[in-house]
Design a protein around this ligand. Sequence first.
Ligand code: 0PR
Length: 378
Amino acid sequence: MQFEGSSRKTVLNELKKTCLQDKRYDDGKILCSMCTKPHPIAQKAYMMFLNSNLGDPGLFPGSVNLEKEVIDQLSSLLHGEGCKGFIVSGGTEANLLALLAARNMARIAKAEVILSESAHFSFTKICSLLNLKPVYATLDSDFKVDASSVEKCVSQNTVAIIGTAGTAELGVIDPIKRLAQIATEHKVYLHVDAAFGGLVIPFLHKVPNDFDFSLPAVKSMTVDPHKMGMAVIPAGGIIFRDSKTLDYIKTETPYLTDRYQYTFVGTRTGASAASVWAVFRYLGVDGFRRIVNTCMSNTQFLAVKLKEAGFKLVVEPTLNIVAFRSKDTRVLAEKLLQKGWFISYIPRYDCIRIVLMPHFKRRHIHLFLKDAIETQKL
Ligand code: 0PR
């Protein structure tokens, strides 16, 4: 390919035009995403650390410290102490590292992982990459994993049980306490995927907080700052209870400034850790609580209004996700998409999923409700 250079102005103008093709969170039409517009302080922090590469940490000790501090903060939010972890590319990499650790620790030839039917699809990729056999436990009537089904799935090949605190489709929290009992009894690794819920549940008043490191059986957790943490993408989080677990995921680096690398991604930006750090430092727990409270009251508002209009909720929302049905949900979903609302249609539950992220404001909800009600009548 041959191409000539252009002026800075031309380049930027072309990019400006192209950028307009992308949807914007600020328009209040993106209801299908667990990401949101990065917090302004996250954007600033990210720009300050464009130089940084945590793949070669000896060169960037400042970034290393920021990563350590945010992992400490996330751990303490999730009732862990002395935990170790990393800001990674996302929930997929975080879940991958957890299962890599569990698999390598167990050293079982025909390794199996127990997942709920509602586990995120990233586990399908991971099982394929790590040559693990997924064994699916069924759901109960509240769409949580059925603990008795999990127990039945345990075999001598089980290397890990996965629980989800905030499922991607319905925002449901699995009975992690029961899973912890099963994991303890059968001496199996328990990983909690709180990619979404990990930065929501700790700020809720009504939901019991027994989903995290307060349960000794929980060996690792995924919690993604690029979702409800309002950090710049990529910012996933993996946290391990014991630093010894890191031995099972480490790779020797023959010539880098640090002898071992623990993440799947080699070269990785320290700007992500900086953006997470900035949001935490700026908002603090109170700031997060305020934002989560607003999302939750918007969730309640939308849920009540949808019910009043005759829609059926799949389940009462626990987190800031509303899943609802109408007479012909698939058709309604298509029509809403045509009207410019980016919603997800979830075939498994034949429902429309709305994620009430911070960019989805009350005024947008009114507009959405108006369109949903009108469209349903057509
Ligand atoms: N675990 C859970 C519980 C998740 O919800 C997700 C992503 C992951 C793991 C994987 O995380 P990464 O995508 O960071 O690797 N959940 C969202 C979903 O599948 C991801 C998403 C985000 C989808 C923004 C669309 C979108 O616009 O719905």
